[in-house]
Design a protein around this ligand. Sequence first.
Ligand code: LLP
Length: 424
Amino acid sequence: MDSPSGSVDRPEGVLEGVNADSLAARHGTPLQVYSANAIRNRIRSLHAALQGLDALVCFAAKANSCHAILNLMAENGVGADIVSVGELERCLRAGISGSRMVFSGVGKTEAEMSRALECGVGRFNVESVDELDGLQRVAAQRGLIACAAVRVNPDVDALTHAKISTGKAENKFGVGMSEARTWFEQARQRPNVRLDGLHVHIGSQILDLGPFRQALDRVAEFHRELVAAGHAITSIDVGGGLGVCYREGHDHPPDVAAYVEVVRHALREFRGRIVLEPGRWLVAEAGVLLTRVIRVKQGEQRRFLIIDAAMNDLLRPSLYEAWHDIVAVRQASGPMIAYDIVGPVCETGDTFALARELPECQAGDLLAIKTTGAYGTSMASSYNSRPLLAEVMIDDGRSALIRQRQSLDAMIAGEVTSPQWISA
Ligand code: LLP
C-alpha cells in the first residue's frame, strides 16, 4: 500500500538521498533509475546464504540486459543465464566470461550454439532431443565437447501468473523425466556432448516456497535414480523465480535465506555445483521509473492521470495486469483521489493502475512507479514511435547516465527510405 500521505517512502529509499526532481530535470522523463547499492546488497545476501556450497549465481540477463547492470554483476562475481546470442554478446562485453554462463531457452539455433561454444559457454540447458542432436552436431564440427544439462519439466504449479509459469507438463519448457532418462542412457551416441547436469525452472515471481520444494524434491529423486544407474551428475541448476514485493503490505516474498535453505535441504545428497538463475530478485526492487503527469482528465465516469510513461516503457501492467506501487514524489497533504493512471499510447491497455489513490495531482507533478528494475527496460519498445527511455544509476550520492534516451535517428536507423527492388 502507498503510504497514507501518498508521499515517497521507498523511492527515497531507493534513490538514497539523490533528488528525484533534479534527476528528472537533468535527464527528462520517463526515466528509469537504479540503485547500485541495492543490487550489491542483494548479491551479497544471496552469496552469504550460499556460503559453504559450491554455487554459481547466474543472473538471468533477460531481466535487465543494460550494460551497466551486467557489468555490476560481473564485478560482484555473478555469471549469467542467457537465452540468445544477443544476450551472450552483451554479457561478454560487460565482462562476464563464457565459462560463467549457462545457455537456456527452447529455441537455440545451431548458429547460436556454435557461437556459444566458440565463446566457451559453460553449460547448455537443453530442452528437446532435436536441440541435443544439434548441439552434438555443432560441437563435433568445432571438435569440442559441450557440457549440457537436461531441463526437466517437473509438472509443478508455480502458483504465479499463467503467462510466466513454466513448470507444468503442458508448457513448452523442458522434457519429462522419462525422456530425460533416455538421453542419459543414449549418452554414447552423442560423444561431443557431456550430459552431466540437471536443470529446472518452474516460473517467475513465485511468492510461496512450496512449489520450489516440490520441484526440487522431484529433481533430487531423479538425481538419485540417475546416480544409481551409474550416471555422473556434476551440476544441478535450480533456475530462478524468486518473487519480490510489488505491492507493499500485500506481497510477502520469502526471505532469500529461507529459499536457499529449501535448495540446501532438497539437494543435501548432491555433491557438485549448484547453479542459480535469479533475475527479478536481484534487480527489481532496485529500480524506480520516474514519470511526469502530462495532464489530468476528468472523463464521464473516471478521473485519469495521463503520464509520460507508457506501456512501451513498462509493459508489465498491460501484459500481465501486474500491480506496481505508484507514489507522488512531492509531499502533499489533503484528501486522496482515485485516479486511473494511464499512458499516452493509443490503447486502452496502456493502463498502469485503476482507481489508484494519490494526493491531488496536477500537470508537471513527478510520480515514481516502483519495483521496475526487472523486466522493465528489457521489455521496452518504441511502439507509437516513442523512443526507448533513458536509464540512470545512482551510487553513493552520485548519479550517472547508463543509457541515453534513444534519438529519433537511432529509432529509425535501419529503415530503408528508397527500397532497391530485386526480382524474387
Ligand atoms: N531461468 C530461466 C530459464 C528463465 O526462463 C527465467 C525467466 C529465469 C531464470 C529468471 O526468472 P526470475 O528469477 O527473474 O523470476 N517478463 C516476465 C517474467 C518472465 C520470466 C521469464 N523467465 C515479468 O515481467 O514478470
